[in-house]
Design a protein around this ligand. Sequence first.
Ligand code: EPZ
Length: 418
Amino acid sequence: MDKLIIQGGHALHGTIDISGSKNAALPILFAAILPEEGVTFRNVPDLRDIHTTLKLLDVLGCQCTHDDHRATVQAGALRPEAPYDLVKTMRASVLCLGPLLARIGQARVALPGGCAIGARPVDQHLKGLELMGARFDLEGGYILGHCQHLRGAHITLDMPTVGGTENLLMAAVLAQGETVLENAAREPEVVDLARFLRACGARIEGEGSSTIHIQGVSALHGADYTIMADRIEAGTFMAAAGITGGDLLLRNCPYDELEAVILKLQSMGMLIEKTADGVRAACPGPLRGTDVKTQPFPGFPTDMQAQIMALMCLAQGASVVEESIFENRFMHVQELARMGADIKVSGHTAMVRGVDRLTGAPVMASDLRASASLVLAGLAARGETHVQRIYHLDRGYERIENKLNAVGAHICRVAEQA
Ligand code: EPZ
């Protein structure tokens, strides 16, 4: 397992290119099961989760290629089983359920199980697919699904689940008749998936709102599609500019999809503005505390909660963070405390009191965004920080140490003694 060794205290200055979005690319790659023709994807991020997804697509009977941010997928003679040894490394594998049922009427998908941040059930996925005519059994930790032919249905989700919306959207595009998804997730990644499906001939209206209408079609054709930029990676680098007192230009950077994050960072004293070449993120003076409650889009994204908390640790005054999406997404708190942060957790709420400085320490990554939070803290801390188990980080950030070193950070990746 690798670790990152970070020498803190260097303000970041320069330009960073934002990569394609992990959370858009994953569902869109699984959606490539749906067209009978091959598809080409561009701006595909080079991440562990992408490699895992392409490996799983290969197991499911798709011919895949991947080189230099470009991938092709051609669904061949599809096979129904997504094995546990792959699914356990990436819970988003459950997104093959809808496409498999839509194409071949059967699926045998290992139940993804929980992860560090929560139980992560998939009951809404299954409820919606059952309303469309699928039947499920649970056997040996596998979800066994089958259907004659999916039928359109009127589905109201209990909560705006991103993955649930995506699975049902993919199932509905080839179902017989109309499907209406109520209380659907509004995330930009759901919109990007809908755009890809429409490029393949799907009939979808209302993506980005809470109600999505899908008219099933008999078949989808191929497409050449460019994945949207990663708003969470962009938000993470904005926070890096803030915590180091730096000034970054982020190219290929979303702006409107990050409104809730940008408003909060501006309320803390950051300067964030659109320019002709991208988005500028700078921290001209001291950071001020603020309060954040994570919400479904367009609210403040849970995937930026750990990162803004790192910023709050060095802000003047107190900040309150309420995590309303996942039940256990404060794994970074104890690690930040090892670096001198003053954070008290009570249930789903964390009270952060700004301190004058953080000091470098050995810390342990526990999940993707907690890892990013520890890297941010290490960039600002006095001395050396060792962030261990950074395989978590590699799932969602493309060569993060290269991108940060190119703008003045001092990070090296070393193999960690077993
Ligand atoms: C997606 O996960 C993202 N992953 C997550 O990003 C992100 O944190 C999350 O959406 C929320 O925005 C990908 O897109 C690959 P949910 P997902 O279904 O789809 C409950 C990252 O760091 N729920 O919207 O799994 C669930 O327990 C990752 O990049 C049910 O109860 O999230 C959670 O409390 C982490 N039943 C809430 O809904 C269900 O059937 C939101 O989950 C489904 C979800």
